[in-house]
Design a protein around this ligand. Structure first.
Ligand SMILES: [Zn+2]
Ligand SMILES: [Zn+2]
Length: 152
């Protein structure tokens, strides 16, 4: 049976609730809504985008709350920052190992998943500095959408 996106999202939210309880944090509707916004999106939203989306459902939420909640979710390891040279911090709730393609023209962040058995070579000099845990590749370039726009 195929697992639907909604089911995966529900599971992630259940996991968040469990984590909140473990860490002695309250499971507030705001926290859930903010996490949901990051988790359901493939677009690696920034804080303002999350705020805009949550605001419609919860007019009492402030930008400040969104920033604070995103940081606490980050501390809980529920989301992480797409570490890059983009103008704003962008968030990702997909914890499965993947890499990113960043478009330097439109700032879109695309997920790159490796093919089965595919491996990214580790730079020869990397293990001079310690034991390697994993690699995270950020490829920068111009995305297809922008290429098409530019050619017009
Ligand atoms: Zn682009
Ligand atoms: Zn991602």
């Amino acid at each position: 049976m195929e697992v639907s996106k909604e089911q995966i999202l529900e599971e992630k939210i259940d996991y968040l609730k469990t984590m909140c309880k473990l860490k002695g944090m309250r499971v507030t509707p705001q926290r859930i809504a903010i996490f949901k916004e990051v988790a359901k999106s493939c677009e690696h939203p920034d804080a303002e985008t999350v705020y805009e989306a949550v605001k419609h459902k919860m007019p009492n939420v402030s930008v400040d709350t969104v920033y604070r909640t995103l940081s606490s979710l980050e501390e809980m390891d529920m989301i992480f920052r797409v570490d890059n040279q983009l103008p704003k911090a962008r968030f990702d709730a997909d914890k499965t190992p993947h890499h990113h393609f960043l478009c330097t023209q439109c700032n879109e962040v695309y997920d790159i998943f490796l093919e089965p058995g595919e491996e990214i070579p580790i730079p020869k000099n990397a293990d001079k500095f310690g034991r390697i845990k994993d690699i995270n590749v950020q490829i920068r370039g111009i995305c297809n959408k922008c290429l098409e726009k530019n050619s017009k």
